[in-house]
Design a protein around this ligand. Structure first.
Ligand SMILES: [Zn+2]
Length: 372
């Protein structure tokens, strides 16, 4: 069984230098029937293999059992791999996005900060529009636990891909409790929300914090050896109310899209960009957006992850950040398209926080699973 797992891992990771799956206790949110009914991701196969590996060794009732499988790297890797790696954490924050990145120069980046609440409750709550007297008194957002566990006191580069609450919900906390060196924003204003304005006000008042609006074609200065290139965004000022019933989709399609490349490996972060915008990016850039890893768009919505886009990206691994929701995320159709594209799928609602490392030494493929 171990050999089977190794051959599978090598086959899907021919260009990947190191992969570490770091499992954490999932957010205490029950899965809805819509998610339970969704087909199992092909990651389930990996889980099965890992469970088989320890069958007979552990009582299944024992909590916090770790499996660690390390294999030799596949042949054909570039010879110039050296120095520290880039570590990317796809943080389990419930229904929302947050990716924390440790850069090789010791600095860090955070792309989105998840929702204000693990259940994805937005503020202000449309069912109870009266805001609390002081939004700074709200409970800590889900991202707070991850950052405090890692002792993070400063975010050097913070990106708000687009102004929806499941992406900016944790940013007020971050501006209140941590230092922020640079805030990257999109120009669109969410006319139906007030807290996106609140977060932007926090950014303006953050001492020493630069604010910029990346445009397509820009490269973010995240340190030597790392290329963080922008392939899509809406840098110019605009209001979502100008787009009537399509306002929500327009905001999603304004997501800042960043491809992070380091030592020959790459990760594509697409926010909640929809399928039409994905196809436009694919037609414009073709193989330039090919990436080993895809942060799947819009939590696995049926309206993202277009086949033509996948044909350009060709991801080996797909991370879906999703929690309890009423939208049916991730949808069976999106999971099917990812599977057909040959991507190994990981979901934050099933697998918890995931860590993915690229570059650096030692060059190993390493999977770790902790079962709670
Ligand atoms: Zn979202």
């Amino acid at each position: 069984m171990r050999k089977l797992f190794i051959s599978t891992a090598v086959a899907v990771s021919a260009l990947i230098f190191a992969v570490v799956l770091y499992q954490r206790r999932p957010a205490p949110v029950p899965l809805g029937d819509d998610l339970r009914d969704a087909p199992r991701s092909i990651n389930g196969d990996v889980k099965k293999v890992l469970q088989d590996l320890k069958s007979g060794e552990q009582d299944s009732s024992v909590p916090e059992v770790s499996d660690h499988v390390t294999v030799e790297p596949p042949p054909g890797l570039p010879a110039d791999i050296s120095g520290p790696s880039v570590k990317i954490y796809f943080v389990s924050v419930g229904q929302g996005d947050s990716e924390y990145i440790e850069l090789p120069n010791g600095k860090n980046a955070l792309i989105d900060a998840g929702p204000p609440d693990p259940k994805g409750v937005i503020y202000p709550d449309p069912n109870n529009p009266a805001p609390p007297p002081d939004p700074d008194t709200l409970p800590d957002p889900p991202i707070a636990q991850f950052l405090s566990e890692r002792g993070v006191s400063r975010i050097d580069y913070m990106v708000l891909t687009h102004p929806h609450a499941d992406h900016y919900g944790g940013m007020r906390y971050i501006f209140n409790k941590l230092e922020v060196g640079h805030f990257y924003d999109t120009g669109i204003d969410n006319s139906a929300a007030t807290e996106d304005d609140g977060v932007r006000e926090k950014a303006k008042n953050e001492p020493g914090c630069a604010i910029s609006y990346p445009a397509e074609g820009d490269t973010l200065e995240w340190g030597s050896g790392v290329e963080a290139k922008v392939y899509h965004s809406c840098p110019n000022p605009g209001k979502s109310s100008d787009y009537g019933p399509e306002a929500g989709n327009f905001i999603n399609d304004c997501s800042i899209v960043i491809r992070l490349a380091y030592q020959g490996s790459s990760v594509l972060f697409v926010g909640d960009m929809g399928g039409a915008a994905e196809v436009q990016v694919a037609q414009t850039y073709g193989e330039k957006i090919r990436s080993n890893v895809l942060k799947v768009g819009h939590h696995g919505s049926a309206h993202s992850t277009a086949e033509a886009f996948l044909n350009a990206v060709k991801p080996n691994i797909a991370y879906i950040e999703v929690g309890h929701n009423n939208y049916g995320h991730p949808t069976a159709s999106t999971l099917s398209r990812l599977k057909d594209a040959g991507a190994l799928i990981h979901r934050s609602d099933q697998d918890g926080t995931q860590e993915y490392s690229i570059g650096g030494k030692p060059q190993v493929l390493s999977y770790e699973q902790t079962r709670y």
